[in-house]
Write a protein that binds this ligand. Sequence first.
Ligand code: CIR
Length: 255
Amino acid sequence: YEFNAAIVREPSTSVVNGLRADDRDGPTYEGVKAEHDAYIAAMRRAGVEVTVLPPLEAFPDSIFVEDPALVFTNGAILLRPGTPSRVDETAEIAPALREMFETVLELPAPGDADGGDIMYTPSGALIGLSARTNRIGAEALVTCIEKLGGKARIAETPKGVLHFKTASSLLDDETVIATAALADAAVFEGFRKIIVPEGEEPAANVLRVNDVVFASAYYPRTLDMLESRGYKVVPLKTVEIEKIDAGLSCMSLRW
Ligand code: CIR
């Protein structure tokens, strides 16, 4: 969670058609744009140099750059998003990554993996299986991460969660925040676990950036809990992006 650099992508006006699990109303472009602008400003205040990529009208979900790639300080991995409308986002982000990283690996076909399912921890990456990340993809990804000199292991996640990190996030070297359902799933053995209060499940997607924690502004009990444990919280608006199943980690690639 110590980052110097990040990549984000401007939302396109097509973001109003972003994927969502149920057919509730989509967000407005202006609403998403305002939340995204505030997110970039918070990143910069936290000491991160942010590269902003241009919007892609053909890809409504392309603002969520976390999903088509994975980055480490010594290289990047181009992923294969596990939903048809997002597969070609990888080719769109590849040129920027090739410019910034000397080593860029590619997740081989036929497996799928979304970056939203990968959590970095001090002992290696945790890859959560989900509707977007299948076992073949996860196993191939372990090999790619090892080629970059890292470690990774695969974790089962409960059904009904879009991404592993929709329901859990790393807060510091020893601590994760998670929904009760995921915390019970035993993937976080050895970690101190902070469980989000019932009714505030989306609050489990926070983003630790250097000495602050970005958290959704709408879950007061979670914000209190984080503050009372000594975390410096930066509350950010997420109403619009939550309408398309997204949270704070999804909007950047960080290293
Ligand atoms: C999708 O369904 O792919 C987008 N509407 C939301 C992606 C959220 N990304 C993430 O959790 N890493």
